[in-house]
Design a protein around this ligand. Structure first.
Ligand code: SF4
Length: 111
């Protein structure tokens, strides 16, 4: 018989935090830029969305989700698309904490 006490949590639990998001109280257009929006109009809309996020009771869950899911569009957890991309790019290029010598080929890393 299959062990049902382990494994991934039910999908509903993974998304439950979203029901508490303050973004549910406003138009999605505040968080997702319309086609062709650029410059100061986009910056002002993003800043308004981010200010709402900073008051949100699920800010941390939202940030974690947005980064781990690599959400490509919109403001999530008080971060714009560009801010998330910069954080992820920085995380991608950081070297591992410890490097292990490659000894898979004889004669390598024997200095
Ligand atoms: S942090 Fe912002 S995007 Fe995330 S749930 Fe809250 S209001 Fe919505």
């Amino acid at each position: 018989m299959a062990d049902t006490t382990t494994g991934p949590s039910p999908v509903a639990e993974q998304w439950e935090w979203q029901f508490e998001g303050l973004c549910r109280t406003v138009s999605p257009e505040l968080f997702f830029h319309p086609e062709g929006e650029r410059g100061s109009a986009r910056r002002r809309r993003d800043e308004r969305a981010k200010r709402l996020c900073l008051e949100c009771p699920v800010l941390q869950q939202c940030r974690s989700h947005a980064l781990s899911a690599r959400e490509p569009y919109g403001v999530w957890g008080a971060m714009t698309e560009e801010e998330r991309a910069a954080i992820l790019a920085d995380a991608d290029i950081k070297p591992p904490a410890t490097r292990v010598a490659d000894t898979s080929e004889p004669g390598r890393n024997t200095a």
